[in-house]
Design a protein around this ligand. Structure first.
Ligand SMILES: NC(=O)c1ccc[n+]([C@@H]2O[C@H](COP(=O)([O-])OP(=O)(O)OC[C@H]3O[C@@H](n4cnc5c(N)ncnc54)[C@H](O)[C@@H]3O)[C@@H](O)[C@H]2O)c1
Length: 249
């Protein structure tokens, strides 16, 4: 089946695009015709290769999205290369398990910085050119863990609630520029980050708790994000969609 070319001519910046959910989003938006700017801590070579293999357009950039300087540099580079960014998917995130007894301030700050500050910083980095274009789509990744009672993740849940509050507030500020802002929450999804840090029982329990009783895959998010970043979603803003197999229901 051919992929609908809903994103032709768009420039889409995707953070945390080197692997996992971010990689799947980058590949999908490129397949739909967008020129993708894949941003990650280390050069996202695998993602770039996957997109180029299909004859699609992509640039890989290296940046820590919690850094004001490095995100500003991404914004500058995108503006210089393409003149604008139309789409921003703030996907980069970390989820180290710590219960409150073992959670130290440094970890708390790092999780808030990578998961929440990054979304603010990336918006600031691309907003000037996005506004000029008079059209924009911002999607901020949150998590269904804010409503599904995940243990050992108070810091993460605080950041992911923040992603929703930020998205709602930003929707107010940017509507008059033709820019929509929405949040998307995955369920426990099989990605390198999860495989490295979650016990098998957690995956089994998540699948059982969902209406759709299998674990999420990165590709389970891409249709929702493609819709929210398309023309079709022009009247959808300030929303949170849990694309989570019906866990939060
Ligand atoms: N996988 C899940 O079960 C799940 C569930 C709910 C929400 N989420 C959210 O989805 C997003 C992606 O999760 P994933 O499972 O694909 O993670 P992952 O660990 O598999 O991949 C995350 C990517 O983000 C990059 N990254 C991390 N910190 C960064 C930084 N400071 N600057 C730039 N890049 C950085 C990593 O290098 C990596 O390539 C996160 O926001 C996460 O909170 C994931």
């Amino acid at each position: 089946m051919s992929v609908p070319q809903t994103h032709t001519g768009r420039v889409a910046v995707v953070t945390g695009a080197g692997r996992g959910i971010g990689q799947a989003i980058a590949v999908e938006l490129a397949a739909r015709g967008a020129t993708v700017v894949a941003v990650d801590l280390a050069a996202p070579n695998e993602t770039v290769a996957m997109i180029e293999e299909k004859g699609r357009s992509v640039v890989g950039l290296t940046a820590d999205v919690s850094s004001p300087e490095q995100t500003a540099a991404v914004g500058k580079e995108v503006a210089e290369r393409f003149g604008r960014a139309d789409i921003l998917v703030n996907n980069a995130g970390i989820f180290p398990f710590r219960d409150i007894e073992e959670l130290d301030y440094k970890t708390w700050r790092r999780v808030l910085a990578v998961n929440l500050d990054s979304q603010f910083l990336m918006v600031k980095a691309v907003l000037p050119t996005m506004k000029q274009g008079g059209w924009g789509r911002i999607v901020n990744l949150t998590s269904n863990s804010i409503v599904t009672n995940a243990p050992g993740l108070s810091h993460y849940m605080a950041s992911k609630m923040g992603n929703i509050g930020f998205s709602r507030g930003l929707a107010n500020d940017l509507a008059s520029f033709g820019i929509t802002v929405n949040a998307v929450g995955p369920t426990l999804t099989i990605t390198p980050g999860v495989i490295n840090g979650h016990p098998q029982e957690a995956l089994v329990a998540a699948a059982q708790a969902q209406a759709i009783k299998r674990n999420g895959l990165p590709e389970d998010l891409t249709g929702t994000i493609a819709f929210l970043t398309s023309d079709d979603a022009a009247f959808v803003t300030g929303q949170t969609i849990m694309a989570d197999g019906g866990y939060a229901r």
